[in-house]
Ligand binder design. Structure first.
Ligand SMILES: Nc1ncnc2c1ncn2[C@@H]1O[C@H](COP(=O)(O)OP(=O)(O)OP(=O)(O)O)[C@@H](O)[C@H]1O
Ligand SMILES: [Mg+2]
Length: 307
């Protein structure tokens, strides 16, 4: 197994109009070939930032990101481009991700032509068409349509998936890849990801949905306000959550749309102690100390004084 992505102690802070936002606070993530890791957490927990940082697309404040064994920070521009070509990124927003003037087929062909040269047009078109079929867009009438017109959000999202897979990435980063799909297409997309992982692709799957995480990824980590609060096999995270936040996510599943967490309290101020303490029903004065991520059973790590 080759290590594709290794992130250690990653810190990312945004300095925006609302002041300082610590999006990631000491996150570790490792993905080897043929491995799938889900990143789960509520809105704003830092999931997209983690994917973007994996490709060097956000400035980091501390920690390291190694792609294919090389520290991204140490790579020159050409080396970085070569490393990024080995990765596919399916972004969360399918509207901004594909040039709107291109046709569906051209959008998927574009990366192939850029890398293999424009003489490869016929082969690239065939490959693009087969990818589009794989991603649930078999209707040839759609292939010639402009991406900006007459496509639904779900169709655009699948075009983004096919485009991100055009260069047979060794590492695939998928940010909520099924968020706009109906149930049957969700299953199809998960199957595409699963079959690629079986062939050796590494996958990082971002989702807020623990059931999807369990279906599509073997390992998982749970992010809460930029901190990993639990990690382990996704099966265990769903069936036997140890951290109170993971438990709240798991409990919320059958009741989508309902408020899932107790409202913020005042026990611990942000930045001090356990980040989850203010919403945690188990919190007490010991939670004023920040918990460390410790191994509670083989392969299972939890950052909670009470777990
Ligand atoms: N470019 C940016 N500038 C300033 N703040 C940012 C930027 N990108 C993200 N943030 C902040 O960082 C935090 C994490 O954002 P991120 O997009 O990673 O969350 P997320 O887990 O992907 O959420 P969602 O599920 O809603 O997509 C948020 O508080 C967000 O407001
Ligand atoms: Mg996001």
């Amino acid at each position: 197994m080759t290590m594709l992505l290794e992130i250690r102690g990653l810190h990312v802070t945004f300095h925006g109009r609302r002041g300082k936002e610590q999006a990631l606070r000491g996150v570790d993530l490792a993905v080897a070939s043929g491995e799938s890791v889900a990143v789960v957490g509520e809105s704003g927990s830092g999931k997209t930032t983690l994917l973007r940082a994996s490709l060097g697309l956000v400035p980091t404040e501390g920690g390291s990101v190694c792609l294919f064994g090389t520290d991204l920070g140490a790579l020159e521009r050409d080396g970085r481009i070569r490393a990024l070509r080995r990765c596919g990124m399916m972004p969360q927003d399918p509207y901004g991700a594909v040039p709107p003037t291109l046709s569906v087929r051209d959008a998927v062909m574009e990366p192939l032509l850029l890398v293999n040269g424009f003489r490869s047009k016929e082969i690239s078109a065939l490959k693009a068409e087969s990818l589009l079929r794989e991603w649930g867009l078999p209707d040839e009438r759609i292939w010639g349509a402009r991406v900006s017109r007459s496509l639904s959000g779900g169709q655009r999202q699948r075009v983004c998936g096919a485009r991100a897979m055009a260069l047979d990435p060794e590492l695939f980063l998928a940010d909520e890849p099924t968020s706009m799909q109906d149930a049957s297409l969700r299953g199809e997309i998960v199957s595409v990801l699963e079959s690629r992982v079986a062939e050796g692709m590494g996958l990082v799957l971002v989702t807020h949905d623990l059931i999807l995480a369990r279906r599509a990824a073997r390992a998982g980590l749970v992010l809460y306000r930029g901190v990993v609060v639990e990690r382990g096999p996704t099966r265990d995270l769903l069936d036997n959550p140890r951290h109170p936040y993971t438990a709240a996510l798991a409990r919320a599943l059958p009741r989508l749309g309902k408020a899932i967490l107790p409202p913020p309290g005042s026990l611990v101020r942000p930045g001090q102690g356990c980040p989850y303490a203010e919403r945690c029903e188990r919190a007490d004065s010991s939670c004023m100390e920040p918990p460390v991520l410790r191994e509670v059973s083989p392969g299972r790590f939890v950052a909670c004084h009470k777990a």
